[in-house]
Write a protein that binds this ligand. Structure first.
Ligand SMILES: *[C@@H]1O[C@H](CO)[C@@H](O)[C@H](O)[C@H]1NC(C)=O
Ligand SMILES: *[C@@H]1O[C@H](CO)[C@@H](O)[C@H](O)[C@H]1NC(C)=O
Length: 305
């Protein structure tokens, strides 16, 4: 039996149905919107003497909105609106604001949006916070706000506002991140007397490489130590501490402290005779001892029943 004609018939029927659906949809909705026909001009009080038609807002589709009054200024911003500036804790954030053709009677101010705190007006700083300062560059018509020693609480939206009527401004979001140090490897390090140790400290989440990285052995800074066995080399957000021929006295806490970042510490154990494997065996024995204790107390409890 040949099925082909039947399938063709079915397909044709399906196509026809779709076509009918389409035409129905077209009939429902006019493809273009036509303005309602004007009423007889003689009935309409809004027709002025010159005979031009003033549309009645109620006759137009949608909400009618008053156009905003024109802003009485020639000034215009060249700085992008709604940008983000990211700075590391302790560093200086520069929020730029380039505005051209500012008139004599107009001023450029910086405002913190969170609490509407007025920071600067023109070149003057209003804020009591001395970390805020504005610099004006005549060449680039730029009023940059500097936030020195940025703190997490400085994060938020800042507005560079022009005193036009109504005022207008560009917004900058300040992001303050905390850089942190991380020492690679385990936090407890076991080494044999006489061997050498290398600690690598990497800075995370930083926007600028640190101006310095200090290493401490307990409370004692070792960067410039007279001890020739200790060497520190830093650069590009990484710092390395090398100790050669370690002795028992080198044991203890080592801290990597980069400028403007959270420090990191490791504990160094210098051992003689016993190997690190022996030390691990020791702690394994301790665990076994505890397990046996638990077993014994369970047994005792069972016997008591
Ligand atoms: C910048 O964006 C804000 C909304 O985020 C707006 O209110 C303001 O008018 C914009 N400024 C300019 C100059 O376009
Ligand atoms: C190491 O020293 C630093 C700074 O003195 C301290 O904050 C940290 O808790 C110490 N770490 C250890 C493991 O003792």
């Amino acid at each position: 039996m040949n099925m082909k004609p039947l399938i063709v018939v079915l397909l044709d029927a399906l196509l026809a149905a779709t076509a009918v659906g389409d035409t129905a949809a077209k009939a429902d909705k006019p493809s273009t919107w036509t303005r309602p026909a004007a009423k007889n001009p003689h009935d309409n009080p809004k027709l002025n003497t010159a005979g031009t038609w003033t549309p009645d807002p109620s006759q137009l589709l949608g909400e009618y909105e008053e156009p905003p009054p024109p802003r009485d200024t020639n000034a215009y911003f060249m700085t992008d609106n709604n940008t983000v500036v990211t700075v590391q804790v302790g560093m200086t954030a520069d929020l730029r604001c380039q505005v051209f053709d500012v008139a004599e009677h107009e001023t450029v101010s910086w405002i913190r949006r969170r609490d509407h705190h007025l920071i600067t007006v023109g070149a003057a700083t209003y804020s009591n916070d001395e970390r805020f300062q504005v610099t004006y560059s005549e060449n680039s018509q730029d009023w940059t706000l500097h936030v020195r020693y940025a703190q997490p609480r400085d994060a938020g939206v800042y507005e560079c506002q022009l005193s036009a009527h109504p005022p207008i401004g560009v917004y900058t979001t300040l992001n303050v991140i905390e850089a942190k140090a991380e020492i690679e490897g385990e936090s407890e390090i076991y080494v044999q007397t006489g061997s050498s140790v290398q600690l690598t400290c990497k800075l995370k989440d930083f926007t600028e490489p640190p101006t310095y990285v200090f290493w401490f052995h307990a409370e004692h800074m070792v960067n410039y130590d007279s001890n020739k066995r200790i060497a520190v080399s830093s650069g590009d957000g990484v710092s390395e501490l090398r100790i050669s021929k370690v002795t028992k006295q080198d044991s203890g806490n080592y801290t990597c402290q980069p400028a403007n970042a959270r420090p990191a510490s490791v504990s160094l154990h210098v051992i003689t005779g016993e190997t690190p494997a022996a030390m691990q065996r020791a702690s394994a024995t301790e665990i076994q001892y505890r397990v046996s204790l638990a077993l014994i107390s369970t047994l005792v409890a069972l016997i008591a029943l």
